[in-house]
Design a protein around this ligand. Structure first.
Ligand code: WT7
Length: 665
């Protein structure tokens, strides 16, 4: 059933002229734990240092790395927006992530605790990782890959994914990791655009209790036009399922890598040597190959991992639950943690296999101290119930991170209470594939946190909110998030398309990087992210953020998840349509609940933000990285033919939603 209400604005409702972006009040505050603050890696002084001398600050962070030739020039911005950071410095990224820790006497430290979905596990020390990366680097060289080439990586979440990335970095080849859930079409498009010479894949990986094949998609991709540049396919054996074999092209990883020498001398490359090309799907058009380079990228990935997670490599056990196919996996599984000598957990599978407590079982088993995950996962855990994490010992945890989309205040508070024992600071980290590393985030030993806000640009980062005319908005105002100074881990261009790089990011506001996100500043000047600007709704001339209406809905006890869209409306321009997943006990046929939810949003945000229609659904359409695809929900709300559903995790979700709905009025 669906609830419809045509009286979004009752006669007596007063619409204030003040921007609605400011009406959601969140007064809860959480001070950093005293012991963490007392021993924090980074204190408030860092903001002062960076403010006094931003480039000097980044030059100092670059010295956390080991350079073969120390850079003398920090930033060359003579040809904006094409930046060169540390351009006369030379380094080897893989040496920084592996060898130097072994040389410093930490060879016996575990780098990776691998937990396979079926329950198999492996601990890999830094000394072992060095040998394996060296063997893989020797193998790539033997197969004809050299500095400047591209290698496509299509692997499950197994240690070889990290080894493959580091082996490329070690020989100066750029990797292009393609998420293991993507189709042959997506692989072919990326191989073609990046002109990859070699593909590293696996027979399959474990997913929801079953082996799930990967190689057939690579075989199919390589039968497509434009992929002939791929001479060899290196195949890791993981599931032992049958694979088709192309003689002369396909090679087993264990044969080719296994026989190599574990000795490999890392060559130093220029700081601007390409490190990877990672494709962002974007909402429209051809995927963009985001290019990241070496010295600046590693400087910021490493510094932010050290600062934002307060990583103590001798004692912490860090776990980022992202997939290596996303930038989060690149920066906060491979490059950030390993450059800092961290011990980390890598988990292959899904959070509900074989049971819904799997994540908490892993935290307990390895004594995880720092956990980094996404709001979509947190909302799922909320839905599954508080009793599940309560069965496990989570007392090792000390810092919790969030990334990927705005975290609703209720999810934030739940995360802190049920996972963080009401003591762990939560760091809500805003950044993008394009920014390469975190940009806006609290610091766990410094910031008094606010549920739902990423708060403040990190030291050395310049972010603000501007209006349509590029004027900075005052505290309390709303508009567009922009970055006003170059930063070390910024994308250098879109692979093969400099013009698109300029048009997409640097043309909306002169001299500023346009992130594509709506944001507001609160009265303290802290930043609140409001979702992609394409998702902002315009109701009776007022900009209303989907994120804020969703957060208001989720703060009602009957709502587990919500997705809000603006649908064309004759009287108001757009009308708010809310898709909600109800909590276990709530009744989807209870017509009164609709009224309650509308009033609840009205109280939180003002009458104009009351949804016109509230539609209870069983699931929401999400991309494979967990983001809600509002575009498809807009199609439903406006009674249109559905757009492209190929990037959905589960396209049957849309059928389910559509069959539940009556025709829109
Ligand atoms: C977009 C970038 C950052 C790595 C994973 C996603 C949204 C990301 C937050 C956050 C609010 C966030 C933004 C951004 N986003 N983190 N903490 N609060 N929004 O990388 O796929 O390139 O997506 O994700 O909309 O622009 P991505």
């Amino acid at each position: 059933m669906a609830w419809d209400t045509t009286d979004t604005l009752g006669k007596g409702d007063v619409v204030s002229n003040e921007s609605l972006a400011n009406l959601l009040k969140e007064d809860r505050r959480f001070a950093p734990p005293a012991d963490l603050a007392a021993h924090a890696n980074v204190t408030a002084e860092a903001y002062e240092q960076a403010k006094a001398d931003r480039l000097g600050f980044w030059a100092a962070q670059a010295r956390r790395l080991t350079w073969a030739t120390e850079p003398t020039e920090t930033l060359d911005w003579s040809n904006p927006p094409f930046a060169k950071w540390f351009k006369d410095g030379r380094l080897n990224v893989a040496y920084n992530c592996v060898d130097r820790h072994v040389e410093a006497g930490h060879g016996d430290r575990v780098a990776i605790h691998f937990e396979g979905e079926p329950g198999d596990s492996r601990a890999i020390t830094y000394a072992e990782l060095k040998d394996e990366v060296s063997r893989a680097a020797n193998a790539l060289t033997e197969l004809g890959v050299s500095a400047g080439d591209r290698v496509a990586v299509y692997l499950p979440m197994i240690p070889e994914a990290v080894v493959a990335m580091l082996a490329c970095a070690r020989i100066g080849a750029a990797h292009s990791v393609v998420f293991g859930g993507f189709s042959a079409d997506a692989i072919a498009a990326r191989i073609k655009d990046a002109d990859a010479k070699l593909v590293i894949t696996a027979d399959g990986g474990y997913r929801r209790g079953k082996p799930s094949a990967l190689k057939p998609a690579v075989d199919e991709a390589l039968s497509r036009e434009g992929t002939q540049g791929v001479a060899k396919v290196l195949v890791v054996r993981r599931t032992e399922q049958d694979v088709a074999w192309t003689e002369g092209r396909d090679l087993w990883w264990h044969d080719v890598v296994g026989k190599q020498s574990p000795e490999h001398t890392p060559e130093a490359f220029e700081a601007e040597q390409p490190l990877f090309v990672l494709y962002t799907s974007g909402t429209t058009g051809k995927p963009k190959g985001i290019l990241h380079t070496s010295g600046g990228y590693l400087t910021q990935a490493s510094y932010t991992h050290h600062a934002v997670f307060d990583l103590k490599p001798e004692t912490d056990v860090y776990w980022c639950t992202a997939d290596i196919g996303w930038v989060t996996g690149h920066s906060y599984i491979t490059y950030g943690p390993l450059s800092n000598g961290a011990t980390q957990v890598i988990y292959e599978g899904t959070p509900d296999t074989p049971h819904q407590g799997r994540f908490w079982e892993i935290v307990q088993k390895y004594g995880v101290t720092i956990l980094y995950t996404a709001p979509t996962a947190i909302r799922t855990f909320m839905k599954w119930g508080d009793d599940i994490p309560a069965k496990f010992d989570l007392s090792s945890l000390r810092v919790l991170g969030s990334v990927g989309e705005p975290i609703n205040p209720e999810a934030w508070v739940w995360y802190r209470k049920h996972i963080g024992a009401d003591k762990c600071p939560i760091v809500d980290t805003w950044w993008q594939t394009e920014t390469g590393a975190m940009m806006i985030s609290p610091l766990p030993g410094v910031t008094e946190t606010k549920p739902g806000s990423a708060q403040r640009a990190l030291p050395g980062v310049a972010a603000t909110v501007v209006d349509d005319e590029a004027n900075e908005v005052p505290d309390g105002g709303g508009g567009y998030l922009v970055l006003t100074e170059p930063w070390p881990s910024m994308l250098r261009t879109i692979w093969g398309d400099d013009q698109r790089f300029i048009d997409t990011y640097w043309s909306r506001f002169e001299g500023k990087y346009f992130a594509g996100d709506g944001a507001k500043k609160d009265d303290d000047g802290d930043i609140w992210l409001l979702g992609r600007v394409d998702d902002v709704m315009l109701v009776s001339g007022h900009n209303i953020s989907t994120t804020e209406v969703e957060s208001a809905l989720v703060s009602h006890p009957s709502v587990a998840e919500a997705a809000v869209v603006g649908a064309a409306d004759e009287t108001t321009g757009q009308a708010i349509v809310a898709f909600v997943i109800l909590r276990g006990t709530a009744d989807a046929d209870d017509a009164e609940l609709a009224g309650q939810l509308r009033n609840h949003v009205g109280t939180a945000l003002g009458p104009i933000a009351k949804p016109k229609r509230i539609l209870p659904v069983a699931e929401l359409p999400k991309t494979r990285s967990g983001k809600i695809m509002r575009r498809l929900l807009r199609d439903v709300a406006e009674n249109r033919q559905l757009g492209d559903v190929t990037t959905l995790t589960d396209s049957s979700v849309m059928d389910l939603i559509q069959t539940k709905l009556p025709a829109a009025p």
